[in-house]
Design a protein around this ligand. Structure first.
Ligand SMILES: NC(=O)c1ccc[n+]([C@@H]2O[C@H](COP(=O)([O-])OP(=O)(O)OC[C@H]3O[C@@H](n4cnc5c(N)ncnc54)[C@H](OP(=O)(O)O)[C@@H]3O)[C@@H](O)[C@H]2O)c1
Length: 288
């Protein structure tokens, strides 16, 4: 029998790049996949592609979500729970870098909300469904970029109002650090027989990441030069698929994976007091 037969899996950003390839691998392993995507046309195209490449007709659906809007995250959770009694795996994959500081409808810097707060809220709203899918798995797609957030988090300026925005890479790195801290705190708060939480770096991947000049002029010039050294989205999805499907990681929780192996993240990602503080702050910011 396929490793994920009968399992229900949500993949945020399942319409593009690493998320789409993860959705294909996970659907191939027998799961019912919910592509959570903000753009209906892209979602419909991804659904058709995932169904056909994974030979998973009738086992893929899309539910809209815009992680830059708390109302949309609530609407996703409502729609999902109206239809599904339980959730086995939540792959928090969507995310990206923005070169300009844009404020969301909820008043937050967009990368902070999309890459961290939106997924924090989504995970909490789906917590009961995940508990019914025990042993459930939450997988957070972080990045090696978290290592450049050397000074950790500035809790007085999570929305990056006071610091220079630059090309937005500082915010991106901070949010990817948050992904690991969130993973650790979720793991600490959860019984591993009910829910495990792990984070990962997918590799340097030739996806749509920063493709539209999101990193500004330097990105426009630099990205095309370094992109040939990037791995394919298919390869970039392997650790996500491994964490979703492998029996080897049953009960493993609070870890950070690269190329299918648990490795130590940078020191700021190991600070449990900061992880707890981020959780409390995120709870306050997402209560509507
Ligand atoms: N590519 C790399 O080298 C690399 C390295 C390390 C980590 N990562 C991480 O890998 C993850 C996937 O990125 P990728 O490389 O596959 O890039 P990608 O092809 O650009 O995919 C990003 C996905 O996130 C979705 N997304 C962005 N903003 C959203 C929002 N407000 N609401 C809902 N969905 C939203 C995008 O939707 P649209 O298609 O509608 O824009 C897309 O589906 C990200 O978390 C990224 O930080 C990537």
């Amino acid at each position: 029998m396929s490793a994920l037969a009968g399992k229900v899996v949500v993949v945020t950003g399942g319409n593009s790049g690493i998320g789409k390839e993860a959705a294909i691998g996970i659907a191939r392993a027998g799961a019912h996949v919910v592509i959570a995507a903000r753009n209906p046309a892209k979602a419909a195209a991804a659904l058709a592609e995932v169904e056909s490449r994974a030979d998973a007709r009738g086992r893929v659906e899309t539910i809209p979500i815009d992680l830059a809007s708390f109302a949309s995250v609530h609407a996703f959770a409502d729609a999902f729970t109206a239809e599904h009694e339980r959730l086995d795996i939540l792959l928090n994959n969507a995310g990206g870098v923005l070169r300009k500081r844009i404020v969301t409808v909820d008043g937050h810097e967009t990368q902070f909300q999309v890459n961290h707060l939106g997924h924090f809220l989504l995970t909490n709203l789906l917590h009961d469904a995940l508990a019914r899918g025990a042993p459930a798995r939450v997988i957070n797609v972080s990045s090696f970029a978290h290592t450049t957030a050397r000074n950790g988090l500035d809790f007085d300026d999570l929305d990056w109002e006071r610091r220079r925005y630059g090309r937005g890479f500082g915010v991106y790195s901070a949010t990817k650090l948050m992904n690991i801290l969130f993973t650790r705190e979720l793991a600490r708060r959860s019984d591993p027989d009910v829910l495990t939480a792990n984070a990962l770096h997918p590799g340097f991947v030739a996806s749509n990441f920063a493709r539209e000049g999101d990193l500004g002029l330097l990105g426009n010039i630099g990205m095309p030069l370094i992109r040939p050294f990037a791995i394919s989205s298919q390869k970039g999805a392997l650790t996500s698929i491994y964490l979703a499907s492998s029996p080897d990681v049953a009960g493993i929780t609070g870890q950070y994976f690269i190329k299918g192996k648990a490795v130590k993240p940078a020191a700021p990602a190991l600070d449990d007091a900061v992880a707890a503080r981020l959780w409390e702050m995120s709870e306050k910011l997402t209560v509507g």
